[in-house]
Design a protein around this ligand. Structure first.
Ligand code: AZC
Length: 830
């Protein structure tokens, strides 16, 4: 893609300072001398936003009038992180901002950090959506991100004095939100409940209640592309705010009941990473944002038309279903086409299946959403009828393709029985054109295991798009020192929009001086992180230790417990003198992880990590050589500070469970070495960086399967405990109260699980994990070797840019045709 600099009109720092002064007065009502840093943040954000508005309008105009199919990315989560610095970078205004703010007497860093972080996502899936919309805009693809503006994002995690997690509401909208423009004039009515009637053969849905969907628009500026896309997050409002008669009777709660019911829909992000709960409200959320988005796309592409030619809809926009959360969009589009526009079933089905594609992000069966048919019928009676018909026709189709009735039964979208269930992943697979996994191994396992029957009968539906991460936020912004060094090494900064250029660093791995400077960058980043950790958490971090990080949601399959058991084992051997404190490689082990509030085992693991940290960090025998840090409330800001400082990244999930991982990509690009299993995108990272530059350990998918077949989870783990004294000692310490002030019951669930079930085979992989850690320490002792390996990780992971992922979607899934001409390029040519 053509990239040119100076995308938006360029202004001087003085002019930018004037604009900030102007917004301070007009927006905040203050002069610079009276302004608080929060005022300056709002004013500066407003100024940047205003600079993007022309390009935003132009991008929209080109999208509607152009011939390029647009992309609608439907996602219940967008984990954006703070916006200001990214907007400045992409708009080319960073320097002006720095100078202007300083001129007004403020520290640019303070202004940047005055922004609250919107946490509208749980983890990988939500962050991926945010990376993708950055890349779509940077490549210049006309696109909408569609989602929900939750009033409360992912909970704020805190730890109590026993090291237990507790959750606080994240009221991120407590103050002004200069980025989101609430567009009350473009609201959409979303209906629920009621019943369906027959009217001369036509089905008519008479809903019972409605909610007003109001869009809040966020600008998504591309990096030097001149394009500004839209992230449209819907918020729920009531049509009837207050019942005055009830109020006058003194029934204050009843008076606002409708309002509460409506606004509850977008009140809070479900804080689970995988298992669905709170079913009814969650289904309401899903339908709410998907229905609003589909209507929005129709009115955008057929402005003012009562009877649009919807056969052209799939040529105007293609909708990507980010996991199963938006899959209710399939029956909704069918309903719109049949009930609102009068199309026959076959035409409607053809349009619908050409409009949607589905990305699956999991391999855990429990994470594939399944809705009770009775719940869907209650909330969306017409949709349930349509789903039943889709199911019947699908079963008929299957009967023409196979005689295997057991297989047909397994593939039913609506299960048979007294309490039928709707399998959303199957509905998505049947109702869209393509299905993709998020890393090669994951896509293969989807075909071979999770959706095997479907891939047997519809092999062409399946494809892979390996995930990626945006180099703007996770390299250029997070790691400015390394970015400067890369630019110097390559003699250009074009790698920021074409990360494959990092390959040009490979020869520099044999340039001792360059490798030395690369190591210096890491050391400086470690010192910065030590300062950050002190300031935000009060931790004392010794930058002369190896920084070893494991940051991701807390889940048994990810195996934080493997890491903490290894730490305990190492601690025990230091205590007993088997490992010599004086020659041991000093390490700082850093965890970041939230547990779903109802996930007891995950919470117990958090408590254990915190208490291991307390005991080891305060043990004088260890002399500060081994430290465990667990900063609470892991979020995007913490990741941007920690990733550039990390030397060793832990990606140690049980093989066959992590769909892809994206943290693994961020770390490798930033020059950390990975210790990992052959799981998710680790496989591809290892292939690209070279086997010798990756610390591989543990069982493969096949070995895991073989061990299950032997009955591992029926009590075999105990053998591993009995046979490995290091493991036995570590588990015994957890059981005997070493990390619970003598209380033997605190970690009972964990210990019992390890010794009786251990479904994710932590114990079985323990030996290999300890061995690879020794090898890591040996390698680390040879600094030149380590940083040569680290540099090769950076040089060879350009593939994991989300720009590349988007290019793959364009080619394999969306097939949008040629992109519109780059407006900046055109301007320059003229
Ligand atoms: C995650 C996967 O667990 C992770 O492996 C992957 O990298 C990421 O999606 C992006 O594809 N899945 C989720 O976050 N799932 C949910 C429901 O949050």
């Amino acid at each position: 893609m053509t990239q040119i600099t100076a995308p938006h009109e360029q202004i001087s720092a003085e002019a930018f300072a004037d604009e900030i002064r102007d917004y301070l007065l007009k927006g905040q009502g203050v002069k610079p001398a009276e302004a608080k840093v929060e005022d300056v943040y709002v004013a500066a954000a407003t100024a940047v936003r205003n600079h993007l508005l022309d390009a935003w309008a132009k991008t929209r105009e080109d999208m509607v009038s152009g011939n390029t199919k647009a992309v609608g990315y439907l996602s219940a989560e967008f984990l954006m992180g703070r916006q200001l610095r990214n907007a400045l970078l992409n708009a080319g205004l960073t320097e002006q901002f720095n100078k202007a703010v300083a001129e007004l007497g403020f520290d640019p860093h303070d202004v940047i950090t005055a922004e609250p972080e919107p946490g509208l996502g749980n983890g990988g899936l939500g962050r991926l959506a945010a990376c993708f919309i950055d890349s779509l805009a940077s490549i210049g693809v006309p696109a909408f991100g569609y989602g929900i503006q939750y009033q409360y994002g992912i909970f704020r995690q805190e730890f109590d004095d026993k090291g237990r997690q507790y959750e606080r509401a994240d009221y991120w909208l407590a103050n002004e939100n200069p980025w989101g423009h609430t567009d009350y004039n473009r609201d959409v009515r979303v209906n629920f409940g009621g019943h369906v009637e027959d009217n001369n053969g036509r089905r008519v849905w008479n809903p019972d209640w409605s909610v007003r969907a109001v869009p809040v628009d966020y600008l998504v500026p591309g990096y030097e592309s001149g394009r500004v896309n839209t992230l449209r997050l819907w918020t729920a409002k009531a049509y009837h705010e207050i019942d005055l008669r009830a109020f006058n009777r003194g029934e204050y709660y009843q008076a606002v009941e409708n309002q509460v019911k409506a606004e509850d829909i977008t009140k809070i992000l479900y804080p689970e990473d995988s298992t669905p709960q709170g079913k009814s409200l969650r289904l309401q959320q899903q339908y709410f944002f998907v229905a609003a988005s589909l209507h929005d796309a129709i009115r955008t592409f057929y402005p003012g038309q009562d009877k649009p030619d919807m056969a052209t809809f799939p040529n105007k926009i293609t909708f990507q279903l980010n996991d199963t959360h938006p899959v209710i969009g399939i029956p909704e589009l069918m309903r719109i086409l049949i009930d609102e526009y009068g199309y026959d079933w076959d035409t409607a089905w053809d349009i619908t299946t050409r409009t949607f594609n589905y990305t699956c992000h999991t391999l855990l069966p429990e994470a594939l959403e399944i809705w009770p048919a009775r719940l869907i019928r209650e909330l969306l009676p017409r949709h349930m009828e349509i789903i039943e018909q889709i199911n019947e026709r699908f079963v008929s189709l299957l009967q023409t393709l196979t005689d295997d009735s057991a297989k047909i039964d397994r593939m039913r979208i609506v299960t048979s029985g007294d309490d039928p269930q709707v399998r959303m992943a199957y509905l998505a697979t049947a109702g869209g054109t393509h299905v993709n996994g998020v890393a090669e191994l994951h896509s293969q396992l989807l075909k071979d295991v999770t959706l095997r029957d479907f891939s047997d009968l519809f092999p062409n539906k399946f494809t892979n798009v390996t995930n990626g991460v945006t180099p703007r936020r996770f390299v250029r912004l997070a790691n400015p020192r390394m970015s400067d060094l890369i630019t110097e090494g390559l003699g250009t900064d074009t790698w920021i929009s074409d990360l494959s250029k990092l390959e040009g660093l490979v020869p520099l791995a044999d340039d001792g001086e360059f490798v030395h400077r690369f190591a210096e960058v890491k050391r400086a980043n470690k010192r910065d992180f030590a300062g950050f950790a002190k300031e935000h958490y009060g931790f004392d971090v010794n930058p002369d230790t190896m920084f070893d990080s494991m940051i991701k949601r807390l889940h048994e399959y990810k195996r934080q417990s493997l890491k903490i058991l290894a730490v305990i084992a190492r601690y025990a051997s230091l205590k007993s003198g088997e490992t010599d404190v004086n020659t041991f490689t000093p390490r700082t082990v850093i965890f970041g992880a939230k547990a779903a509030p109802g996930y007891a085992m995950a919470k117990e693991t958090i408590q254990l990590i915190n208490n291991v940290s307390r005991v080891i960090n305060n043990d004088p025998d260890i002399q500060g050589k081994l430290n465990v840090l667990f900063p609470w409330n892991y979020n995007i800001e913490l990741s941007q500070n920690l990733i550039p400082a990390t030397e060793l990244d832990e990606q140690i999930s049980q093989a066959g469970k992590e769909a892809s991982g994206t943290g693994n990509m961020k770390f490798a690009i930033n020059g950390a070495l990975t210790v990992g299993t052959l799981d998710g995108a680790n496989v591809e990272i290892r292939e690209r960086v070279g086997y010798e530059n990756f610390f591989l350990f543990g069982m493969t998918v096949d070995e895991v399967e073989a061990l299950y077949a032997e009955g591992y989870d029926k009590g075999m783990s105990r053998q591993y405990y009995e046979n490995d004294p290091r493991l036995k000692r570590a588990i015994d310490m957890v059981a005997d109260g070493t990390f619970s002030e003598g209380d033997r019951s605190t970690y009972q669930n964990l210990v019992n699980d390890w010794l009786s079930k251990d479904y994710f085979m932590t114990l079985a992989d323990f030996g290999a994990y300890m061995d690879i850690q020794s090898e890591i320490e040996k390698t680390y002792a040879d600094e030149k070797k380590w940083f040569r390996m680290a540099l090769l990780n950076t040089a060879r992971t350009g593939y994991f840019s989300s720009d590349r992922s988007i290019e793959d979607y364009l080619e394999r899934v969306w097939m949008t045709g040629p992109l519109p001409e780059d407006p900046q390029l055109k301007a320059r040519e003229n």
